[in-house]
Design a protein around this ligand. Sequence first.
Ligand SMILES: C[S@@+](CC[C@H](N)C(=O)[O-])C[C@H]1O[C@@H](n2cnc3c(N)ncnc32)[C@H](O)[C@@H]1O
Ligand SMILES: [Zn+2]
Length: 404
Amino acid sequence: MQMAPTSVYREGQTILEVPSLDEPKMMPAFFNPRGRFVRDVSIVCYSAYSLERSAKSRQSFADSLTGTGARGIRVAKEVSSIDQVFLNDINSKALEFAKKSAKMNDVEGKCVFSRSEVCSFLASRVQNDGERFDFLDVDPFGSPSDFVDCAIRAAKDGGLVSLTATDSAVLCGVYPRVALRKYLGLSLRTDYCHEVGMRLLYGLASQTAMRLETGIEPMFCHHDMHYFRIYFSVKVGNPYSKENEKKIGFILHCFKCGYRSIISRDEFFSVRDSSSQTRDKSLNQRGSEVSICPDCGHGGRERGGRVAFGGPLWIGNIQARDFVGRCKKMSELSVFAEELDLPLYFDLNSIHLKKGTSMPKTTAVLEKLMSLGSRASRTRLNPNALRTDATIDILRNVVLELAR
Ligand SMILES: C[S@@+](CC[C@H](N)C(=O)[O-])C[C@H]1O[C@@H](n2cnc3c(N)ncnc32)[C@H](O)[C@@H]1O
Ligand SMILES: [Zn+2]
């Protein structure tokens, strides 16, 4: 049988043998060089988290859908505090590449390879906590929703789970009903849809964990191309589950004026007015309407905007700032820049300018907001966006004043 062409590729401090990128149609196994940035970010996150735990015991990492092994082999080579790396995939040809790369990087002794369906692989390790994983990555084609349950079961108490989702249209509100089925909450097509997507992913992880009398704590999330990536620690025990319950809620959004807010489940059910019951049937990309907008609804039901909702989803913080600070110390990547915990960023492009004027620089808007006494920061989820506690009216006035 003719062997598929291969190439050697360098990423970080690791050399990878991968299917030839010249003939993508002939590729017998998955490798995407454009995923390099998200893998670079992973290495920093795992290193920072692992250094905190390393004094305790040996640490294991599961690359549960390893493909040709790019992430797992990099962990074995570049994260010295992780002692053992498990690389699993259903595709035996993919595993052959991973094995060759392990040899080339002299990390064979740290690596354990298996060819199994992902949940069988993960379930084989849940008999006692010692066998569960300190680190566990789930990087599927599309949505990770099929695998979240087995991932949380196979993570150690205090372990770190990372998930990738690439079904951007679902998470970003193009298909809200698919989001409801896959992520247990409606998505919303708003200017901050990447944040909605992250909150849906954390929401699914948290709601799955709660079933298992477990909680999650978000550590870090970022977005690159079509990749949504979240990192969370797993906290086993009913108290964590109860804490998580308070972190599931809803987003309210007015498509007429841009008003947005994030609210608990209890608040949501008090906001929902009786007329919304019938309007649920008209669910579309603008979500299901629940009440008149508190900002632009003063003209009454006919003239004011109506507020749509997204969720249920995660309404707590989507990063642990001290953890991100530790990542920042270890890396020059700007994705670890400090970011405030103010929910629902504003994409400045969504603010309509007068004809003939152009959008001011994001930094200029940020500085002006801070000079007016508002809290504000950039967000790693969108380069043209800001987080702020200023009202949308103040933000709009600042943008319009600075626009030329
Ligand atoms: C997106 S790729 C993984 C990419 C890899 N993590 C990387 O960074 O290059 C998804 C992989 O999942 C594998 N896969 C799909 N369904 C699976 C299943 N049910 N069990 C195990 N592996 C599976 C595919 O063979 C493919 O290699
Ligand atoms: Zn409004």
